[in-house]
Write a protein that binds this ligand. Structure first.
Ligand SMILES: CCCCCCCCCCCCCCCC(=O)SCCNC(=O)CCNC(=O)[C@H](O)C(C)(C)COP(=O)(O)OP(=O)(O)OC[C@H]1O[C@@H](n2cnc3c(N)ncnc32)[C@H](O)[C@@H]1OP(=O)(O)O
Length: 166
């Protein structure tokens, strides 16, 4: 089902960069989630993920901390924009609503959306859906631009920050 959606959206899909070591997007992080994230329209991104058994809390149910991690990254990345001039933001606050159990071992679709901008702060939203399109969990974030002196933009490629071909 997700594959069909992917094909239909290929024309508009723009892959976001990955990093080397980030827990969610690090391509060389052996214990990370290694997500591939795509912008499907301005300010809207998506990824798919099937959680392995070792991330369970209750039997068959994805641990809430991992759910929060997914929502955190995907809501923040919705603000990232043009890969050549990425907007990097810290999360200052994350509010999660756990609506239904998020299952282990079944494909999930995670969507992130930009909400309002307020100068150096912004709000983001992310939702985790099952294959039938049910919203299982959602999160809103309050994000802050990372101060420029902490952002070694010239070193991004060295940090492994680039678009990796599928
Ligand atoms: C380097 C490039 C590498 C690239 C390659 C790797 C890439 C890898 C992938 C990237 C994707 C990762 C995505 C994961 C997302 C995280 O995991 S980020 C990590 C977790 N977050 C943090 O560590 C942030 C820690 N906190 C902070 O640094 C600071 O508290 C903050 C959030 C920047 C805010 O500090 P500040 O700028 O000094 O804020 P301040 O001036 O005191 O307050 C401004 C206003 O905001 C309010 N405020 C401040 N903090 C908060 C808060 N937490 N909640 C609510 N309101 C707040 C204040 O009350 C104030 O409001 P007003 O009084 O103006 O009404």
């Amino acid at each position: 089902m997700f594959q069909e959606r992917k094909t239909a959206m290929t024309a508009k899909r723009l892959k976001q960069p990955n990093s080397r070591h980030c827990f969610v997007c690090g391509v060389e992080n052996p214990v990370g989630l290694q997500l591939k994230i795509y912008q499907i329209e301005e300010g809207v991104i998506e990824t798919t993920y099937t959680a392995p058994e070792h991330f369970q809390g209750y039997p068959g149910v994805l641990h809430g901390g991992i759910i929060a991690t997914l929502l955190d990254e995907i809501s923040g990345r919705a603000h990232m924009g043009d890969p050549s001039q990425p907007r990097f933001m810290y999360t200052g606050k994350l509010e999660v609503i756990y609506r239904r159990n998020v299952p282990i071992g079944q494909p999930l679709r995670i969507v992130g959306k930009k909400l309002e901008n307020r100068g150096r702060a912004a709000q983001g939203w992310a939702g985790i859906y099952d294959e039938k399109g049910n919203l299982l969990a959602e999160g809103t974030t309050l994000l802050f631009d990372i101060p420029p002196h902490l952002l070694p933009l010239k070193d991004l490629e060295e940090l492994g920050w680039k678009v990796y071909p599928d």
